[in-house]
Ligand binder design. Structure first.
Ligand code: NAP
Length: 295
């Protein structure tokens, strides 16, 4: 077995993403020699003890990071500023501080000011997930064949970046670097806008008259069902993503609304060729995802 990348990995937040990393680290032994877990509630920490993928649980984030050579923030992004402020003075000299947050400019804004000199901050985002949350929802194959994007600020220590990249490769991920602003725009269209649409369409269906609403749930298989899966995601996590990627999301939404208007106009005027062309483009995108094994 290869040497572990880190001696002690402290995970702050242990839901779907954190507990998947912990399960992989525990099963493989080549990511960290020791796994320390912190969460907000004692209930979650008790459950982590039962699940057995942590070497130690610690209710105080400041104590959890002491002596860790890698600290990974795995809580909702809205919690990062307070967490960073709490742990900043306790981070070990030379440690790597990373995260898995879905927005990257906000993470750099919120965490950056609390990173002491001598600690290497390497923001990251694994593009993998499900609609489930909590420590029971993680699994060891979550990141297999998926991308992880690293968005280190200019001047970040290359050796630290490489260690975080290696951690994700050992989790089964493919790794790429990206500028944080670009990351936020890309994610706005591939993830944040689709979730926005799913939450909105479920709200619209729920507002319908009682009788129609019953039919929506009874006959959901015709397309609505796929939106409900996305809309089942954690409300706090998505509230935080929308509020922390406001500009990029609103920009993509404005473009989407223009295109939706154009489609509505084509339907109104019976422009069959326009409609067919749009549906065909959708099919092409789906086919290319299947070819790239990202479907
Ligand atoms: P999750 O399953 O909802 O778990 C969140 C964890 O964070 C829990 O352990 C929770 O502790 C802890 N937490 C919540 N609020 C906190 C606070 N104010 N301070 C400290 N800890 C807090 O979340 P997740 O789906 O793993 O997502 C975690 C992060 O990964 C988020 O930043 C998200 O944007 C990002 N991400 C998610 C996905 C996805 O599809 N789910 C994909 C990629 C990246 P308690 O259980 O004790 O409350």
């Amino acid at each position: 077995m290869a040497e572990p990348v880190f001696k002690r990995l402290a995970l702050l937040g242990i839901g779907l993403i954190g507990s998947s990393v912990a399960r992989i680290a525990k099963a493989q032994g080549d990511i960290a020699a020791e796994i320390v877990v912190n969460a907000r509630t004692q209930k979650t920490l008790d459950r982590v003890v039962e699940l057995g993928f942590a070497d130690r649980v610690e209710p105080d984030p400041a104590k959890a990071v002491e002596g860790a050579d890698c600290v990974m923030l795995c809580a909702p992004v809205g919690a990062f500023a307070a967490l960073a402020e709490a742990i900043g003075p306790h981070l070990a000299h030379g440690a790597v501080l990373t995260d898995v947050g879905s927005t990257k400019q906000s993470v750099i804004r919120d965490v950056g000011p609390f990173v002491p000199s001598g600690v290497h901050f390497v923001p990251a985002h694994p593009l993998a997930g499900t609609e489930h949350s909590g420590p029971d929802s993680g699994f060891t194959t979550l990141f297999q064949g998926r991308w992880t994007l690293l968005t280190p600020p200019p001047g970040t220590d290359e050796a630290a970046i490489e260690k975080v990249a290696e951690l994700w490769r050992r989790c089964g991920s493919m790794v790429e670097r990206m500028e944080p602003g670009h990351h936020d725009r890309v994610l706005a269209i591939v993830s944040h806008l689709p979730h926005f649409l799913a939450f909105t369409i479920c709200g619209t269906a729920d507002d319908l008259a009682e009788e129609t609403r019953r039919e929506v749930t009874n006959f959901a298989a015709s397309g609505f069902r796929d939106f409900t899966r996305i809309a089942a995601s954690d409300p706090v996590m998505w509230r935080d993503i929308f509020l922390n990627n406001r500009e990029a999301l609103l920009e993509m939404l404005a473009r989407f609304m223009e295109d939706a208007q154009a489609m509505a106009r084509a339907i109104r005027w019976g422009d069959a060729a326009y409609i067919e062309d749009k549906v065909e483009r959708g099919r092409k995108i789906r086919r290319s995802l299947i070819e790239l094994k990202q479907a």
